[in-house]
Write a protein that binds this ligand. Structure first.
Ligand code: SF4
Length: 374
């Protein structure tokens, strides 16, 4: 098996209004101990010696770490796993902690892809969201990364935000198109439990745009990105040419990945597991005992369900031949009637290899996925 490797960096300068990721502000004192713990955890991995072809250092805000820390983590991964020669090595960065020198230092460590959390090109919206950077800093960070020699650049944008208009979304995508990025993750806002956003919406402090407005934003994003030469390869992901995210694609194509750090998830084809969420507990246990907090065995029934709904996130959809090779049976035996019904409803369409979400189905992804859970 060829693995994807994920490393979670849980530190942020400030907690954003909408964020429910395992990320924390004000815990900088743990940084050194955490990086050392990561290196111990990596060195002790039961998967040591396996081949890996992607590394993704995500967060949180990995660019808050010094380049030397990222280098230490990458060295630990290279010493533990057999990295392929053209491995994709991504670091997530926020615009306020990435300049030319940092990007150049990361490139020197072997980082060949950066994913920038820009989220919006409106300063008012960034401030509302609790982001600690401006739109101009977002643009400068991307240009700096490009000038430093990292040309596989991705940025994140959000739509469906309180107070946002269709014209705002159009402007954001247009500004994206003027930057040297080859990949974009463009998400519809999800209101998560326990966030400040959720509390404010419940109190009536803000209002989300109506559903029809958010659907129109999704369509605008889709049409504009196509016009700018990006192809839509996953519900929220657009790429130019070959620059699809190889690491994220592993999640959607049922490939194994191993996660390091707090709250990191792993999947080896038979089990899924998650690490402890508590930073001091992780530091204490890493390399000395198990850092896993929960695990679940994937039985045959769960495996086919997971496979289908993950594959349907990709525009390429489900490949019936791959399904038969992996599970030793035809997909029609498991999901024939479900697929027929969704095709009749216009939410799935047949392809040369199998089936995929239709344009209409893109707006009803969760409903379609739920039909594959038995
Ligand atoms: S920077 Fe990212 S991870 Fe950190 S709080 Fe904001 S959204 Fe969450």
């Amino acid at each position: 098996m060829t693995l994807g490797l994920y490393v979670h960096i849980p530190f942020c300068r400030h907690k954003c209004l909408y964020c429910d990721f395992p990320s924390y502000a004000g815990l900088e004192r743990y940084r050194d101990g955490y990086v050392q713990a990561l290196c111990r955890d990596i060195a002790a991995s039961p998967y040591a010696g396996e081949e890996a072809d992607t590394i993704y250092i995500g967060g949180g805000t990995p660019s808050l770490l010094a380049a030397g820390d990222i280098d230490r983590i990458l060295k630990a991964l290279r010493q533990t796993f057999r990295m392929t020669s053209h491995a994709e090595i991504t670091v997530e960065a926020n615009p306020d902690s990435l300049d030319y020198d940092k990007a150049a230092a990361l490139a020197d460590c072997g980082v060949n892809r950066l994913s920038l959390g820009v989220q919006s090109f409106s300063d008012a919206m960034l401030s509302f969201l609790g982001r600690v950077h401006t739109a101009a800093q977002g643009e400068r960070a991307i240009q700096a990364a490009y000038d430093a020699g990292i040309h596989n650049l991705s940025l994140d944008l959000m739509y469906g935000l309180p107070g946002q208009t269709l014209a705002d979304v159009r402007r954001d995508v247009e500004r994206l198109s003027q930057l040297p990025v080859v990949h974009a993750s463009i998400y519809s806002l999800i209101v998560e439990e326990g966030t400040q956003l959720k509390a404010g919406l419940e109190k009536g402090d803000w209002q989300l745009p109506p559903d029809e407005a958010t659907e129109a934003m999704a369509q605008t994003v889709h049409d504009a990105m196509h016009g700018y030469g990006f192809h839509h390869y996953e519900i929220s992901s657009y790429a130019k040419g070959p620059f699809e995210s190889r690491h994220n694609s592993k999640y959607w194509t049922y490939e194994p990945y191993i996660g390091f750090g707090v709250s990191a998830h792993s999947f080896d084809g038979k089990m899924r597991w998650a690490n402890v969420a508590n930073i001091p507990a992780y530091i204490q246990k890493a390399g000395k005992g198990s850092v896993v907090s929960e695990s679940v065995a994937i039985d045959a029934e769960r495996a086919v369900e997971d496979y289908c709904f993950l594959a349907l996130r990709r525009r390429a959809g489900i490949d019936y031949g791959d399904y038969a090779r992996r599970f030793g049976k035809a997909i029609e035996d498991d999901f024939g009637p479900v697929i027929d019904q969704l095709v009749r409803q216009g939410l799935l369409e047949r392809t040369a290899q199998g089936c995929c979400l239709s344009e209409e189905g893109l707006g009803y992804g969760n409903y379609v996925f739920s039909k594959f859970i038995r």
